[in-house]
Design a protein around this ligand. Structure first.
Ligand code: HEM
Length: 140
């Protein structure tokens, strides 16, 4: 299900469920003129690369083909984090998403009843009106 996974990844790029996470500086360092002392907590954000046109050209455009071939550069697509603290539930989330998606899209055509519904972040992304949908069963 390579194409389906590319669709999921592009959705996770544009609307990541987790916006970032904390790290603790184990040593003092300087980044772009800012000195971060040892012991400080730093919050890394998913959006700083997901919406960066240097990493993802035309970042607001939904384009699953970005993930074809060798895909994005390492540590630019980070909805599950990266390095030793990377999300241990990633593969489970992938399985769950693909199974759900397969069962829904092979049975129904989905129609949003509010076409321009906004998504707000209450820690995680939430459609303002609860994403009301009409499900049209495919002809058997
Ligand atoms: C789409 C679904 C999910 C997303 C986007 C997600 C995202 C993340 C992110 C960004 C982190 C922080 C990684 C870092 O600090 O580098 C994280 C950590 C974690 N996730 Fe997930 N996650 C998802 C699903 C799950 C599931 C299904 C589980 C468990 C069944 C899970 C368990 C955890 C745990 C235990 C941590 C903490 C790991 C640590 O601090 O060592 N996650 N996740």
């Amino acid at each position: 299900m390579k194409y389906s996974w590319n669709v999921v990844r592009e959705s996770l790029r544009l609307t990541p469920p987790a916006v970032g996470a904390f790290r603790e500086a184990t040593t003092e360092f300087t980044f772009r003129g800012f000195t971060i002392p040892k012991g400080w907590k730093i919050f890394w954000t998913v959006y700083s690369t997901h919406k960066n046109p240097d990493c993802f050209p035309e970042p607001e455009r939904f384009d699953p083909s970005r993930f074809e071939g060798s895909g994005p550069a390492p540590f630019t697509f980070v909805p599950f984090g990266g390095g030793p603290k990377m999300c241990p539930g990633k593969e489970y989330a992938r399985l769950e998403l693909l199974v759900m998606m397969h069962n829904v899209v092979t049975r129904f055509k989905l129609e949003k009843t509010i076409s321009d519904e906004k998504i707000v972040y209450y820690a995680t992304p939430t459609p303002v009106h609860g994403l009301p949908l009409r499900l049209h069963p495919h002809q058997q």
